[in-house]
Design a binder for this molecule. Structure first.
Ligand SMILES: Cc1cc2nc3c(=O)[nH]c(=O)nc-3n(C[C@H](O)[C@H](O)[C@H](O)COP(=O)(O)O)c2cc1C
Length: 194
């Protein structure tokens, strides 16, 4: 089995300056066990609205950069709010770009870990469920658990934005273990079949 570090690319599904979900993603990066490197993508604010006319032609630089980040990673870690019970438009828009080219998407087969934070009481459960469905279309295996649903987000971080809830931290630890097991198994099988 490979001993090289597992490369995880993190995407926050909010552009808000004081986003709870970006805090959650940074907390997760800090909690990553040895052997896992988390790179937080900063491309989302630069991704233009999806336009199929641009596909296959001169595609936007930000899309090419984000696609390269995902292609170079072993797994994806998403921390996102839900808006009106669904996936935020900015995140869905980026994932639509990343789902291309058909037959060669960087998302294809990429293991995905989901997290979400909300000041509300359901902690993004509905938005995450919608995301799971979306990843069926890119054949990206979403970890079945643990669910990282950070409800009442304003009570789970200190003034410096550090995560203060040990239960959430434990769930993130388990999510990393599951992502790691799955990605290494996946890699092993891909190598074995090549
Ligand atoms: C248009 C809109 C719709 C929202 N819908 C939901 C929702 O369905 N469920 C929820 O828990 N919070 C909802 N919220 C509140 C967000 O969870 C809250 O704004 C959160 O802080 C956004 O995530 P962020 O802190 O990472 O930017 C909504 C907020 C907005 C602006």
């Amino acid at each position: 089995m490979s001993t090289s570090p597992l490369r995880v690319v993190g995407i926050a599904g909010s552009l808000r300056r004081d986003s709870w979900n970006r805090k959650l993603l940074r907390a997760a990066a800090a909690l990553a066990p040895s052997g896992i490197e988390v790179h937080i993508s900063e491309e989302l604010p630069h991704i233009p609205l999806f336009n199929e006319d641009l596909v296959g032609g001169r595609e936007p630089e930000s899309v090419l950069r984000m696609r390269a980040e995902v292609a170079a990673s072993d797994a994806l870690l998403i921390a996102t709010p839900e808006y009106n019970g669904g996936v935020p438009g900015v995140l869905k828009n980026a994932l639509d770009w990343l789902s291309l080219p058909l037959g060669g998407s960087a998302l294809h087969g990429k293991p995905v870990g989901l997290m979400g934070a909300s000041p509300g009481r359901l902690g993004t459960a509905r938005g995450q469920f919608e995301l799971r469905n979306m990843f069926v279309f890119t054949a990206s295996p979403v970890m079945p658990g643990p669910e990282v649903l950070v409800a009442h987000a304003h009570e789970r971080f200190d003034a410096e934005g550090r995560l203060t809830d040990p239960d959430v931290a434990a769930r993130i630890g388990l999510l990393f273990r599951n992502l790691s097991s799955y990605a290494r198994l996946n890699h092993h099988e891909a190598v074995a079949s090549s």
